[in-house]
Design a protein around this ligand. Structure first.
Ligand SMILES: *Cc1c(COP(=O)(O)O)cnc(C)c1O
Length: 359
């Protein structure tokens, strides 16, 4: 009998991250992982430097300082906040805590590719629900619920689609399904979506709704791995029991605390993103490529077909620009392009225009 892994583990396809290098080039523009073009906030770097002298001491196990900061900034009860190693870990807590072998977890057609990984890690069965015109289809989700459904995962705004489900539809979903089903609203791109609360009101008022948020995108701290969730105290208590007590280091905690209090940073990054996103969307459409109104820090360009996507991707790489192929997300004809700063956006538009004119 050799070693025998737990059910589901061997169904996991290893996560594919965005490419980060092109052989022989030092001027690579990485627009493949939705990272912040402005880098990390100086406020967080200062906090990191200060915290470095204290890394011989164990971090707090309750994350009280960071939860307090999150609570103050967002007007939330800190006792209803849980922090993780990226929001990915919070998503792992919820799938592991509420589903196991024989249970079903619903995710959507073009949803985050980490979800099936987490579902298999929990030993549960992944149920993939079709989207409608690149929009999460609430009615299709409701129709897919069975007595075995335990968790529903919804990304809003979507990645890689960039589209949004209005809060009224999210409310309809919560109202329509059994209250023992956990509904997760993954709000990784909330700060870029004008007027959206990320699911705060729903998570605040319904005992079975979890909102997840991250420091990896607008806060520019993807390399540090910090995220958080907000839900009813009872759900937080359940998830805290499977959270490792020292999951976040003193560096992660101090940088995140400084970053979340840096509201000027968030405002500036959101304003830059909004302007450059509109510019990139307009340029793509002008070049004859379809793309939906985007609500995150990236745009999904839909090219003629897979062959054209391959050709444009190759041309961009020849210009030192990395974007994301999204065949694995159901868009073989798609290229997901992270919104950069003014110069970076100009560089990608120039490269795309050159390909178009030469094609
Ligand atoms: C980037 C992203 C996250 C954030 O993951 P972290 O673990 O916080 O870095 C979560 N969900 C989606 C859909 C994302 O695109």
């Amino acid at each position: 009998m050799g070693i025998t892994p737990q059910p589901g583990i061997m169904d996991i396809a290893l996560y594919q991250g965005g490419k980060s290098a092109i052989a022989g080039r030092t001027d690579v523009l990485k627009l493949s992982s939705n990272e912040n073009p402005l880098g990390p906030p100086p406020s967080a770097l200062a906090a990191l430097a200060k915290a470095a002298a204290g890394v011989h001491l164990y971090p707090s196990t309750d994350h009280a300082g960071l939860r307090l900061a999150i609570g103050e900034v967002h007007g939330l009860d800190p006792d209803r906040v849980i922090c993780g190693v990226g929001s990915d870990e919070v998503l792992q807590f919820v799938t592991q805590a509420f589903a196991g072998p024989g249970d079903e977890i619903i995710h959507t057609e073009h949803g985050f590719s980490l979800y099936p990984v987490l579902i298999h890690m929990a030993g549960a069965t992944a149920v993939k629900v079709a989207e409608r015109e690149r929009q999460v289809d609430i009615d299709a989700i409701i129709a897919a619920v069975t007595p075995r459904t335990r968790v529903i995962l919804v990304t809003n705004p979507g990645n890689p689609t960039g589209t949004m489900v209005p809060v009224s539809k999210l409310e309809r979903l919560v109202d329509a399904v059994r209250d023992d089903i956990v509904i997760v609203l993954d709000g990784a791109y909330t700060e870029y979506a004008d007027g959206y609360d990320g699911g705060t009101a729903l998570a605040g008022s319904r005992p079975n709704v979890l909102m997840t948020r991250t420091f990896s995108k607008i806060y520019g701290l993807g390399g540090l791995r910090i995220g958080w969730g907000y839900a009813d105290r009872e759900m937080i208590d359940v998830m805290t029991r499977i959270r490792q007590p020292f999951n976040l280091s003193v560096l992660q905690l101090s940088a995140a605390e400084a970053a979340i209090r840096d509201r000027v940073w968030v405002e500036n990054c959101a304003a830059l993103n909004s302007a450059q996103r509109a510019r990139l969307t307009g340029a793509l459409r002008q070049l004859g490529w379809a793309c939906d109104e985007a609500h995150g820090n990236f745009v999904l360009a839909r090219l003629a077909d897979e062959a054209e996507a391959t050709a444009v991707d190759a041309a961009l790489q020849a210009d030192g620009i990395l974007v994301r192929r999204v065949g694995g997300y159901g868009f073989p004809e798609g290229l997901r392009i992270t919104v950069g700063d003014e110069d970076q956006t100009g560089r990608v538009i120039t490269a795309l225009t050159r390909w178009r004119e030469g094609a």
